[in-house]
Design a protein. Sequence first.
Length: 250
Amino acid sequence: MKCFGIDNVPERGGAMLVGNHSGGLPVDGGMVLASLFFARDLPRHATGMVEKFAGNWPFVSEWFSRVGQLPGLPEHALRLLQDGRLLMIFPEGARGTGKLFKDRYRLVQFGTGFMRIALQTGAPIVPFAFIGGEEALPTIYHAKTLAKIVGAPYWPVPPYLVPFPLPLGCEIHYGKPMHFPGTGREPDEVIEGYVEQVKSVVKLLVLRGCALHRQRTDGTFAQEPEDSSSGSSSAAPSSTSGPTDTDSEP
């Protein structure tokens, strides 16, 4: 795995890492955690907000708890940021990991709750793009009946027998921290505008990440990623740029 722009993650203090989901299973979160440990001179741990349905599976929920991940409740997020911790957020939610391979790297709608929490705590938002999960864990079909039986929002069916990651290279591209004014009590229109700015930067990081990866490989990421949500995203603020040239391999 290659990591770019890791220096954009603050060395100390609360911050929110916000990025895209990539792949049929949440290996992207694990790779982000690995980058924070192995690609930094001073390792940091990030806590992710786990989807509520994971609580339906005792073994899975216990495993998440053991590696420091918590149910996605606002009070958990607030406490972590107030304590100066890193918080890992995937605003696409299960809709992001549930994307079919034909829709790879197309961002779906972002939730808005993370923005109100960032404003309440004054935490900076560090956008990132995870590249490679769509190819390592492709989903070509959703087994809806099986998903209903096990209590999951979807059940990924890969083009091969077992849903297990393929040995393909992945990359994480961190962008510069973003800061927004406010207290978290702003009207929905203001919050949605802020969220669209974050989404635009994540989308730009995805586009650049796919392009850079394509230059270094045989063109695995040949499809131009698009925004599949309704409406167009606003332009990214000039103060937030794409990944830096810092390149490390955890």
